[in-house]
Design a protein. Sequence first.
Length: 411
Amino acid sequence: MTGFIANLRSSIRTRIRDTVIRHYKRSGVVLFSDTTLRDGEQMPGATLEPDEKLQIAKALEAAGVHSLDAGFPASSEADVIAIRKMVGVIKGPVLTALCRTMNSDIDAAESALSENPMRKRGVSLFCGTSPLHRQHKLNKSKAEIIRIITDSIQYAGNAFRIIAFSPEDASRTEVDFLCECYREAIDAGATTIGFPDTVGILTPEKTANFIKAIQDNVPNLDRALLAVHFHNDLGLAVANTLSAISEGANVVQCTVNGIGERAGNASLEEVVMALALHGDQYKRTCRIDTTKLAPLCQMVAELTGVAISRMKPIGGANIFATEAGIHQDGLLKNPDTYLPFRPETVGADGIQLVLGRHSGRKAVAHRLEQIGVDAADDLVATVVEAIKRQPKGSVIDDVVLKQLVKDASVA
């Protein structure tokens, strides 16, 4: 009787799991899995303390991410502490822990996440599958790799209901073997299979080909979500992520500001805004609150110490700033003339009309009026010419501007 009840419970859990997976697949929603706290933090110089990770995790939860790659418990005690700080505090996203296909890693993940409900904790297993990894890193045959994968997934099933498996270096793995790994992983109990472009070598076209091949050659894919994870070594991580979304990927893993190993990962904020602006093309939705993006970018930059390029999409300082007179004139008449989206869409402070050599009369007059100076045409013309004569690198702030007005009045 005891065995019958156990089997019945297992059968019910399986049916519930399969129902949830089918729901997500039918919904058309792109689920965002953020790995800022794990892969992002692996970036040299981007180390985060446990309390800082918790702060970012709260902001990611508020933004609407589906799951958080919270850390690698077997790698350090600090990761364990950080994960335990999130347990009971982060209640929306699923908290997952990264593990090698080793029982000891899975045990460490279980210990770190033990107080989180089953439906809100998961494990992400990875094992190298490419010829390079099989021969030079693991010294294992294909058959041995398959056995390692299935044994680890089955072991993880003792403590987790949410189990992801990713073949490390998938983009350099033979397609037939890659699909075999996925088939066996799903049969062993994986609820998500990941496709990681570990060294960032793919193009959008080759990405699409891989996703199509997986869909065509993994017949049990209806029982698992398909996730993707792209690195940015060719500057194509966002483009490759969008290509995978077009082909039906269910989950995309990204980092805030694109931080991570080497050239980093796909930027969460860039993928989100591409989906938001081009719903007609992708015909997919996501549950990310775009108004949280710019503050999130700033928070991650401040806590990691990894500065954002001024030209970085979404979070960069120049995104809503211009010194060009023609652009300034257009923005004053209608912000949409020279912006793809308005600052408030991503929670940014606002448009900045930077005064400099390239500025025109309209922007100077606008700023003079803002600081309480009557912007008469003659005064504006004199101040514009004075600005153009300033040395290279000069910053025309309000103090300097008032001095130029004073000088013009004296003249």
